[in-house]
Design a protein around this ligand. Sequence first.
Ligand code: SF4
Length: 708
Amino acid sequence: ALPATPAPVKTTCPYCGVGCGVLARPDGTGGAGIAGDPAHPANRGRLCSKGSALGETLGLSTRLLEPMLRLDGELVPASWDAALGAIADAFRRTIEAHGPDSVALYLSGQLLTEDYYAANKLAKGFLGTANVDTNSRLCMASSVAGHKRAFGSDTVPGVYADLDEADLVVLVGSNAAWCHPILFRHLEAARERRGTKLVVIDPRRTASAEEADLFLPVAPGMDSVLFAGLLAHLAEAGALDEGYVAAHTSGFEAALAGARALAPDVATVAARTGVPAADIARFYALFAATERSVTCYSQGVNQSAQGTDKVGAIINCHLATGRIGRPGMGPFSLTGQPNAMGGREVGGLANQLAAHMGFSPEEVDRVRRFWGAPNMATREGLKAVDMMAAVGEGRIKALWVLGTNPAVSLPRADEVREALSRLDFLAVSDNVRANDTLACRPHVLLPALAWGEKDGTVTNSERRISRQRAFLDPPGEARPDWWALAQLGRRLGHADAFHWRSAAEIFREHAALSAFENDGTRDFDIGGLAGLDDAAFDAMAPQQWPVRMPGDGGETRFFAEGGFFTPDRRARFIVPADPAPAAGVDDAFPLVLNTGRIRDQWHTMTRTGLSPRLGGHLPAPFVEMHPADARALGIAAGDLVRLASPQGAAVLEARIGDGPRPGEVFAPIHWSDANAAGARVNALVAGATDPFSGQPESKATPVRAEKV
Ligand code: SF4
């Protein structure tokens, strides 16, 4: 039971990657008063609309509170023992008959680091498959791949304080005003205080663009042309840091030649990007002249068939100017989810192992020895889109989904729903009893703890590890996800490896693995935290890695003096490919669909949908189109519009505005059959993937629109 104390519990917001600290004061009846934590460095007491409405989303009205098992076609309440036994039987039988790669886990950036660690250890060390991927694949996989290509590691160089200290902030594919609101508040304060200039690069005129000094409405997918042109301009303007380039990088000459070929002059960049040449020239001159420049990028960069190249083209410009790892300077990936970073730290992607290690023979052997693992996966598993294709083709026969709603969120959502419904065995862990994935005839449902009940850690966009703490008692039979995963490990005969009794024990093991045989050539090392006892873990204050122990006042930024994690410790410039849209428009599908988030909803609305206040912002599923397109199609604001692609269709309410460029439409991703039948926008998205990251393109699907 929780201590009966009037003191608020310090925890972390469960929504975006800003990772704001929250003070929760339970009211004794299942609710809680919510306030921002003034002591948390990410938000300094502020909360955005979603965070401040968290108290309205507590309660048990939609909760799954007991395990369910399908018997004779019907889901019936069951004991944990029976439900876990069914999963163990199904996984054991499937592996015996079809091998370890016939089973898979599909996870979520909503899971705590300890849940992620348990899932990865179970699958990659004991089931023998790396088929463990996550909805974070849809969020920041291109940034991970871009960081690894350039830095040799998945390291975010900067910190939030850089936004306070920059003279220029460039937002690329990021509507931070809505999607990272508290960071945007930091930026607004810096603009007032020091006159920080803001450039927004986005196909859509967003709330962030409205605030910008300069808005560049770039054509979808053409960001790397824009940044190739910037690199060429920096060379011509004499704005390079030749000392940094010579001392700490390799591949600059090839990158510059590639940039000049892709973007020989501003006129070419203007023609490719659709941005007026004069605005491009202003941006280039501003960037060249402003040493303290931060370039923040988010889903508009990542959710792209060219996402990794876009990240590389941005990083090139910071390496070339030496603007990295110093106050107010650097490329900065803004992660979408509350724990996309923590998941990465423990190997929560099919192409990673654990503690930022990959699948080289040395790394596999190191992790094998640390875990004492009998069935180590020795190669990468299937990434999210490929995993669901394998489900559809029958190559994956047993799947456990934890904390996510792939029947809504994955591209080709109709096909995904069909594939999930046909699985030989599907288990789903969730804290709601109804959503589109739970409608896919799972064989087992497991009741998970929700925010406010869970206990563990998350890592935000600036590498800051914060505690999520429980302030409500577990309801019904709900249990932590790590506990359910460990129980499966024990049932499969690995009791010693899955002995944990608390999140603290898992965190200590995770921290120890990060330091195991780590001579400093791996970026991720939080081994100093491996010795925390339970009380110290409970009291742990938010802290960044690299972890600084008492007395160590060292730098928390990376790479100001080089020290990259490549074999020669030099960063790599990359040569981005000439971008081409994954699919072009034609007469049948003449518009380009861009998908994204709105200010007051989160993912598939299972939590934010409970708040009337949040629902009042944009209450119905909609498609926004330019007035010229609406006129041509005879569509007026408020009309119902059928939006269709070769993959699927959705019926949405028309909103008319100059947000999208002519020929492009925008639709949010949040609605589903569970709350607005026929409005699943990801049913339209094709799912072409980036060749390096496997992240699907969500920003450029050819569609047609017609009034219903
Ligand atoms: Fe939560 Fe993000 Fe809002 Fe902070 S900015 S309160 S983390 S949704």
